[in-house]
Write a protein that binds this ligand. Structure first.
Ligand code: CP
Length: 314
C-alpha cells in the first residue's frame, strides 16, 4: 500500500487509489470502534493539536475521539481563549505550537487557505478541518465512506447536491472527490446560491429544479443554507426556499425506491428538510455519516502520521 501524502488539505491532490486506501483503512478501524475497549496503541507518542478557530460539533469531537482511540496525545486550542485576541498572528501562533515538537495540526478556520498557510509555516502534518467556503476534505471522505457502505461503489452513481452550493466548503471537496471516484454529480439550487462558475467545481449538471432531478438520483445530498456566510438575502423567505428546495414527505414519491439521503450537519429542520425525511429510517444516513467521521479521521491520522502498527490485531 503506497500512501505518500504529508497533508490532507486539498482533496484534488488525492487519487482514486489514495481515497480507496483511506476508505478501506477506515473500514478496518471501524472494528476498533465496535470493541468493548475502543483503543489501540497506533499513535502512542504522537502529539496532535486541534486548532479550531470556528465553531464545530461533529468535526471537532470526532477528531478528538479518533486521536484518543489511537492513543495520541492531544491538545485542543483555538478561538477567543488564545493570544490571537491580543493580536498574535496565525503564523506566530503556529510557530509557538511547533516549539512543543508537535506532529500534526488539525485546522478549522473561517479564512479560506488558512490550513495551507499553516502547512507552509510548520514542519507538522496539517489536516484541513474546514476552511471558509473553500474545502472540508475529511467531510468529503466520510461522505464517500457512508455512500460506499450503502451503495457498494461509485462508478456511474448519480449524486445530487441540493441547496447552498455557493457558500459550501463541503462542496469544494465533495464534488471533486465524487468525480475522482467516477460518480455523476448534479448541483441543484437557486441561482442566487450557486457559485458564479459552478463548472469550476467539476459537476456534470446544474439545475434550479429539484423536482425534475430527484427521480434520477441514487444519492440526495442536502446542504444547509450557510446563513453565517451570506451577504444580503439570497431568497425572499425560508418558507419559499423550503417549498422549492426542501426535501419533504410530499416529495418522497419522486425518489427512487433505493435512493439515500445524506447531509453533513448541522441540519436545519423546516428549511432543507422536514423531520420525516431527515429521520427516514431506510433512506437517511445522516447518523451513519457522523459515525463514519470517527473511522475516516482515524484512518487519515494513521496514514498521514505513518503509524507502524495499526493495532487491529490487538
Ligand atoms: N459537518 C461539519 O463540519 O459539522 P461541524 O461544523 O459540527 O463540525
Amino acid at each position: 500500500m503506497a500512501f505518500n501524502h504529508k497533508h490532507l488539505i486539498d482533496i484534488t491532490e488525492y487519487s482514486d487509489a489514495d481515497i480507496m486506501t483511506i476508505l478501506e483503512t477506515a473500514k478496518a478501524f471501524s472494528q476498533v470502534n465496535e470493541r468493548a475497549i475502543k483503543k489501540v496503541p497506533t499513535l502512542k507518542g504522537k502529539t496532535i493539536v486541534n486548532m479550531f478557530n470556528e465553531p464545530s460539533t461533529r468535526t471537532r469531537s470526532s477528531f478528538e475521539l479518533a486521536e484518543k482511540r489511537l492513543s495520541a496525545d492531544t491538545m485542543n486550542f483555538g478561538g477567543s481563549s488564545t493570544s490571537t485576541v491580543k493580536g498574535e498572528s496565525l503564523i506566530d501562533t503556529v510557530m509557538t505550537l511547533d516549539a512543543y515538537k508537535i506532529d500534526c495540526i488539525v485546522v478549522r478556520d473561517k479564512h479560506a487557505g488558512a490550513p495551507y498557510m499553516v502547512s507552509q509555516a510548520s514542519p507538522a502534518a496539517v489536516i484541513d478541518a474546514g476552511d471558509g467556503k473553500h474545502q472540508h476534505p475529511t467531510q468529503a471522505l466520510l461522505d464517500l465512506y457512508s455512500i460506499w457502505e450503502r451503495k457498494g461503489g461509485f462508478e456511474g452513481l448519480r449524486v445530487g447536491i441540493v441547496g447552498d452550493i455557493g457558500h459550501s466548503r463541503v462542496c469544494g471537496s465533495l464534488v471533486p472527490a465524487l468525480k475522482i471516484m467516477g460518480a455523476e454529480v448534479t448541483l441543484v439550487g437557486p441561482g442566487t446560491l450557486m457559485p458564479a462558475r459552478p463548472d469550476v467545481l467539476g459537476a456534470d449538471h446544474v439545475s434550479a429544479h429539484l423536482d425534475d432531478v430527484l427521480p434520477d438520483l441514487d444519492v440526495v445530498y442536502m446542504l444547509r443554507v450557510q446563513m453565517e456566510r451570506l451577504e444580503g438575502a439570497p431568497f425572499p423567505s425560508i418558507r419559499e426556499y423550503h417549498d422549492l428546495y426542501g426535501l419533504t414527505r410530499r416529495r418522497e414519491h419522486l425518489m427512487r425506491p433505493d435512493a439515500i439521503i445524506c447531509h453533513p450537519g448541522p441540519i436545519n429542520r423546516g428549511v432543507e428538510f422536514d423531520s420525516y425525511m431527515a429521520d427516514h429510517p431506510e433512506r437517511s444516513v445522516i447518523l451513519d455519516q457522523v459515525y463514519a467521521g470517527i473511522c475516516v479521521r482515524m484512518a487519515a491520522l494513521y496514514l498521514l502520521l505513518g503509524g507502524a502498527d495499526n493495532g487491529l490485531s490487538a
